[in-house]
Write a protein of this length. Structure first.
Length: 121
Protein backbone atom coordinates (compact mmCIF):
# COMPACT_ATOMS: atom_id res chain seq x y z
CA UNK A 1 0.00 0.00 0.00
CA UNK A 2 1.00 3.53 -0.69
CA UNK A 3 1.00 6.12 2.13
CA UNK A 4 -2.05 8.03 0.81
CA UNK A 5 -4.13 4.82 0.72
CA UNK A 6 -3.32 4.15 4.38
CA UNK A 7 -4.19 7.77 5.24
CA UNK A 8 -7.52 7.46 3.34
CA UNK A 9 -8.43 4.25 5.22
CA UNK A 10 -7.65 5.87 8.61
CA UNK A 11 -9.75 8.94 7.70
CA UNK A 12 -12.69 6.70 6.64
CA UNK A 13 -12.50 4.74 9.92
CA UNK A 14 -12.46 7.96 12.00
CA UNK A 15 -15.35 9.45 9.99
CA UNK A 16 -17.39 6.22 10.34
CA UNK A 17 -16.80 6.12 14.11
CA UNK A 18 -18.00 9.75 14.47
CA UNK A 19 -21.18 9.04 12.44
CA UNK A 20 -21.98 5.89 14.46
CA UNK A 21 -21.41 7.70 17.76
CA UNK A 22 -23.63 10.69 16.80
CA UNK A 23 -26.52 8.48 15.68
CA UNK A 24 -26.21 6.33 18.83
CA UNK A 25 -26.35 9.38 21.13
CA UNK A 26 -29.37 10.75 19.28
CA UNK A 27 -31.26 7.46 19.61
CA UNK A 28 -30.55 7.17 23.34
CA UNK A 29 -31.83 10.71 24.00
CA UNK A 30 -35.02 10.03 22.05
CA UNK A 31 -35.53 6.74 23.83
CA UNK A 32 -35.10 8.33 27.28
CA UNK A 33 -37.47 11.16 26.41
CA UNK A 34 -40.19 8.78 25.19
CA UNK A 35 -39.79 6.63 28.34
CA UNK A 36 -40.20 9.75 30.48
CA UNK A 37 -43.38 10.71 28.60
CA UNK A 38 -44.81 7.21 29.14
CA UNK A 39 -44.04 7.39 32.89
CA UNK A 40 -45.70 10.82 33.14
CA UNK A 41 -48.81 9.31 31.48
CA UNK A 42 -48.71 6.42 33.99
CA UNK A 43 -48.52 9.00 36.78
CA UNK A 44 -52.04 10.16 35.83
CA UNK A 45 -53.35 6.68 36.71
CA UNK A 46 -51.62 6.68 40.09
CA UNK A 47 -52.54 10.25 41.13
CA UNK A 48 -55.23 10.31 43.85
CA UNK A 49 -56.54 13.64 42.38
CA UNK A 50 -57.35 14.87 45.90
CA UNK A 51 -55.87 15.57 49.30
CA UNK A 52 -57.05 15.08 52.85
CA UNK A 53 -58.18 18.22 54.64
CA UNK A 54 -58.58 17.92 58.38
CA UNK A 55 -61.84 19.27 59.77
CA UNK A 56 -61.60 19.71 63.52
CA UNK A 57 -59.57 17.26 65.58
CA UNK A 58 -60.69 13.82 64.47
CA UNK A 59 -62.62 14.42 61.26
CA UNK A 60 -61.29 14.78 57.75
CA UNK A 61 -62.69 15.42 54.31
CA UNK A 62 -61.33 15.13 50.79
CA UNK A 63 -60.27 18.23 48.89
CA UNK A 64 -60.44 17.64 45.13
CA UNK A 65 -57.68 18.92 42.84
CA UNK A 66 -60.12 19.07 39.92
CA UNK A 67 -61.23 22.47 38.73
CA UNK A 68 -63.05 23.74 35.67
CA UNK A 69 -61.83 26.88 33.97
CA UNK A 70 -64.46 29.45 32.99
CA UNK A 71 -65.58 28.91 29.41
CA UNK A 72 -64.72 25.19 29.32
CA UNK A 73 -66.66 22.09 30.27
CA UNK A 74 -63.56 20.01 31.02
CA UNK A 75 -62.26 19.34 34.52
CA UNK A 76 -58.48 19.34 35.05
CA UNK A 77 -56.47 17.89 37.96
CA UNK A 78 -53.99 20.55 39.07
CA UNK A 79 -51.56 17.88 40.34
CA UNK A 80 -51.22 15.56 37.33
CA UNK A 81 -52.90 17.52 34.46
CA UNK A 82 -55.47 14.78 33.82
CA UNK A 83 -58.43 16.21 31.90
CA UNK A 84 -61.89 14.64 32.18
CA UNK A 85 -65.06 15.61 30.35
CA UNK A 86 -67.65 16.06 33.07
CA UNK A 87 -68.35 16.38 36.80
CA UNK A 88 -69.72 12.80 36.80
CA UNK A 89 -66.31 11.51 35.61
CA UNK A 90 -64.65 13.42 38.47
CA UNK A 91 -67.06 11.88 40.97
CA UNK A 92 -66.51 8.35 39.60
CA UNK A 93 -62.72 8.84 39.92
CA UNK A 94 -63.02 10.11 43.50
CA UNK A 95 -65.62 7.62 44.77
CA UNK A 96 -63.37 4.57 45.46
CA UNK A 97 -60.79 6.77 47.20
CA UNK A 98 -63.41 8.38 49.43
CA UNK A 99 -64.78 4.99 50.43
CA UNK A 100 -61.35 3.59 51.32
CA UNK A 101 -58.85 6.01 52.93
CA UNK A 102 -56.08 3.35 52.89
CA UNK A 103 -56.36 3.20 49.08
CA UNK A 104 -55.95 6.99 49.01
CA UNK A 105 -52.85 6.87 51.23
CA UNK A 106 -51.31 4.05 49.19
CA UNK A 107 -51.87 5.88 45.89
CA UNK A 108 -50.57 9.16 47.27
CA UNK A 109 -47.40 7.40 48.51
CA UNK A 110 -46.87 5.76 45.10
CA UNK A 111 -47.54 9.07 43.32
CA UNK A 112 -45.01 11.02 45.42
CA UNK A 113 -42.38 8.28 44.98
CA UNK A 114 -42.79 8.18 41.18
CA UNK A 115 -42.95 11.99 40.86
CA UNK A 116 -39.68 12.27 42.81
CA UNK A 117 -38.10 9.69 40.53
CA UNK A 118 -39.14 11.77 37.50
CA UNK A 119 -37.94 14.94 39.28
CA UNK A 120 -41.38 16.59 39.04
CA UNK A 121 -41.45 17.65 42.70
ZN1 LIG B 1 -54.46 14.01 39.45
Amino acid sequence: MIWWQILLIILLIVFGAIVIRLSFNFDINRCLESRRKIKIEQLKNICPHCNIAYVGKNNFSYESFFSSRPGTINWRCSQCDLIVGSKEDVDSLMEPLQKDPTLFLERKKRFVKMARKLKLC
